[in-house]
Design a protein around this ligand. Structure first.
Ligand code: NAP
Length: 298
């Protein structure tokens, strides 16, 4: 018998607060036992307002956790050589354990040149080819923040996902590809979809775990969701809310999906809420790694 279900709402804010507590405890341990203060450096090139907010929030949380936090702003017109020189200086700075170069970069600065130079041990966004390869081979210590946050939420709200059918819509380096690898490593049967995929609704209806990382407001409709499925909505889309105002919605039509899903992440307050806390976790892991200490289990 099928009836109107009401999904469990996956609370990313609460999970993020719990993760922060674990990070605080481990940071205190690292400081008192080994005299190490984790250091995070952010590099922002240009004045994209969304990127400015992201970088400010990252620095704010690093400071709140007692990390050393340094931020560098380069002009929109900065040359690739200038950006690479900054990355090189931070690679060489022993007090900096994590480097985050905020993407996207202006056209004249090639992302791959930056990622080729960035020290993989300090790559807290896990975007370098080395860290992508380590993830593929199952040996990654630094994992892309939002996918890592998604896995923590699945662990808490679903538990063992062995044998479950997972569909990841979106194949970005930042989210879709690492998310698929993590789901696979957790023994899900993973399908990846993208803009050229045929019959996306049909594929979605088979998924026990439906992950949307597309960047298209409410593209995933309620009738794409299998009853009882877990829906992870990664999208952050600003839409017109009338009266000159905007509001943020995900890639999933939340109200429609909520009545069919078993569990669902809201936007905001879902998986996005985990990202910065996971970045702090990665900085802590990077600091431990660089000191030759075991990876903290947080
Ligand atoms: P992205 O680089 O913009 O890539 C979007 C992906 O969606 C691409 O793989 C694209 O396919 C696919 N796609 C586009 N239109 C599609 C369609 N009609 N049907 C199926 N697939 C389609 O993505 P991203 O950087 O992963 O970001 C995705 C969304 O997640 C954005 O809203 C972003 O803001 C959000 N996000 C949030 C966080 C966070 O919460 N902290 C972190 C990361 C991303 P092709 O490859 O074929 O072009």
């Amino acid at each position: 018998m099928t009836g109107v279900m009401s999904a469990i709402i996956i609370d990313g804010k609460a999970a993020s607060a719990k993760l922060r507590e674990r990070v605080v405890a481990e940071t205190a341990r690292l400081k008192s036992r080994h005299g190490i203060v984790p250091g995070l450096a952010t590099v922002l090139v240009g004045q994209d307002p969304a990127s400015e907010i992201y970088v400010r929030n990252k620095n704010k949380m690093a400071e709140a956790l007692g990390y050393k936090s340094v931020s560098f702003s380069l002009p929109q017109t900065a040359s690739e050589t200038e950006v690479l020189a900054k990355v090189k200086a931070l690679n060489d700075d022993k007090s900096v354990h994590g480097i985050l170069v905020q993407m996207p970069l202006p056209k004249q600065v090639r992302e791959e040149a930056v990622l080729d130079l960035l020290d993989p041990k300090k790559d807290v966004d896990a975007l370098t080819p080395t860290n992508a390869g380590l993830l593929l081979s199952g040996h990654a210590k630094l994992v892309s923040c939002t996918p890592a946050g998604m896995m923590m939420l699945l662990k808490e709200y679903v538990g063992d996902i062995t044998g479950k059918d997972a569909l990841v819509i979106g194949r970005s380096l930042l989210f879709g590809k690492p998310a698929a690898q993590l789901l696979l490593a957790a023994n899900a049967t993973v399908t990846m979809a993208h803009s050229k995929t045929r019959d996306l609704p049909g594929l979605a209806r088979r998924a026990d775990i439906l992950v949307a990382a597309i960047g298209k407001a409410e593209l995933v409709r309620g009738d794409w969701v299998k009853e009882g499925a877990t829906v992870i909505d990664v999208g952050i889309n600003r839409v017109d809310a009338g009266g000159g105002k905007t509001r943020v919605v995900g890639d999933v039509a939340y109200d429609e999906a909520h009545s069919r899903a078993g569990a669902i992440t809201p936007v905001p307050g879902g998986v996005g809420a985990m990202t910065i806390a996971c970045l702090m976790r990665n900085t802590l892991i990077a600091a431990s790694m660089q000191a030759g200490l075991p990876t903290p289990a947080i």
